[in-house]
Design a protein around this ligand. Structure first.
Ligand SMILES: Nc1ncnc2c1ncn2[C@@H]1O[C@H](COP(=O)(O)OP(=O)(O)O)[C@@H](O)[C@H]1O
Ligand SMILES: [Mg+2]
Length: 389
């Protein structure tokens, strides 16, 4: 069993969105998962439309007249998906326990009684580095630090790393830190230069999954749902499936057959997918199912196009282009095969522009002479796909 905190003392960098949707994706793979909302602002609790009367406050506080056991504050959200809600009282614990010895162990002790019933516990931390975040980190085996590319602050992450190091040294507790890029806007050059900096600074801590900016992630929270139950075919859902997949692979947990909806590539699906009415869930479901069948059928009929790149020193290479709305997702990550970066994509016949993204740097295909200017002052490579790929 594993406990993972989602942390960053900055607000608005995708912690709660990541916590909710990572839990949803892990539970979709059959992992028994618990989300602990530790933010007194209770965004995860509200984002899932939960009752917030009781929280870890009732478990940890000594002065509450309504003292409760940890198991009694757990609510079921979906199959394999439980939540411990939060409320404003959680924010008073820091002051209440200010003089108590061993106060950083409160959450560890509380969780201990229920841990055996879960495969994963995910803790959504508040936007601060105080008592609550320290308790979360002390209870965790891993921390995912969410970093938003538009407002990247290295300094903030450095402070969090200082706390992790302190916990290692003073409390003798190891935590594996990982960095997750969130709210990545692939239409902006700026995002790529930020990604570059993040790669240089955090190289081996950086997760391969990148969470793109996607309005469905915002909408689903407003509707009190996870993005997987709101629209499992949207990019936001794909990105969180991909994050769960990456973490499950690290833990060597096999994927269930029905884990993720059929592989769908952007151009066919997304264009039509976007037409789905947000306020008509019944139709959405039907429509998505129909789209899935249509796409699965179409994919079969499509031949594959192979992209290759010779970049022996590169750590990671993506191919992005007009065929996938220039996005960096798991589907366009290239694999190293016999010394060459390679990716086969089932593209529809047509003409596409593309570039490689080599360790975060955006570059045309050096082995392809066909290029067109792209409006950013450099050239995109061009590929023409015929009826047979
Ligand atoms: N990838 C994303 N695309 C679009 N909106 C997002 C994305 N991630 C988060 N948001 C939105 O940004 C706001 C802040 O995100 P949130 O997850 O609450 O951050 P935090 O918990 O770090 O404060 C919310 O309104 C959320 O819906
Ligand atoms: Mg939050």
């Amino acid at each position: 069993m594993k406990i993972i905190s989602i942390a960053n003392q900055k607000g608005g960098c995708g912690k709660t969105t990541t916590a909710i949707n990572l839990v949803a994706a892990l539970s979709a793979n059959g992992q028994r998962t618990l989300l602990i909302d530790l933010d007194p602002q209770a965004h995860a609790t509200l984002g899932l439309d939960r009752d917030d009367r009781f929280s870890v406050y009732n478990v940890i506080s000594r002065i509450t007249p309504r003292k409760m056991a940890f198991k009694d504050i757990i609510q079921k959200v979906e199959k394999n998906f439980d939540i411990v809600p939060s409320n404003v009282l959680v924010g008073t614990l820091e002051q209440e326990l200010a003089d108590e010895i061993g106060r950083e162990m409160k959450l560890v002790e509380a969780i201990d009684s229920v841990k055996a019933g879960y495969d994963y516990i995910i803790i959504d931390c508040p936007p601060s580095l105080g008592f609550l975040t320290v308790n979360a980190l002390r209870a965790s085996n891993e921390v995912i630090i969410t970093v938003e590319t538009s407002r990247f602050s290295v300094q903030g992450v450095d402070h969090l790393m200082d706390i992790i190091n302190l916990i290692r040294e003073r409390l003798n507790h190891e935590i594996e830190p990982r960095v997750l890029v969130t709210m990545f806007d692939s239409r902006l050059r700026h995002s790529f230069s930020m990604l570059d900096k993040i790669r240089v600074k955090f190289s081996d801590m950086l997760l391969g999954t990148i969470v793109h900016t996607n309005v469905k992630l915002k909408e689903s929270a407003v509707m009190g749902k996870t993005v997987l139950s709101y629209d499992k075919y949207c990019r936001g859902a794909k990105d969180y499936y991909s994050l769960a997949k990456e973490l499950l692979a690290i833990d060597k947990v096999p994927l269930a057959d029905n884990f993720e909806p059929e592989t769908v590539l952007a151009p066919v699906v997304r264009a039509k997918d976007d037409l789905v009415e947000d306020d008509a869930p019944a139709i959405t479901v039907d429509f998505s199912q129909r789209m899935k069948d249509v796409v699965a059928h179409e994919l079969e009929a499509m031949a594959e196009t192979t992209f290759t790149l010779n970049a022996p020193d590169a750590q990671s290479v993506y191919v992005a282009g007009s065929f996938n709305e220039w996005s960096l997702n798991g589907f366009c990550r290239m694999n190293k095969e016999n010394g060459l970066w390679t990716l086969r994509l089932p593209l529809d016949p047509g003409v596409y522009q593309y570039q490689f993204v080599i360790d975060g740097r955006w570059q045309a295909d050096p082995a392809n002479d066909r290029k067109e200017p792209n409006g950013f002052g450099d050239m995109n490579s061009v590929v023409k796909v015929g009826a047979n790929g």
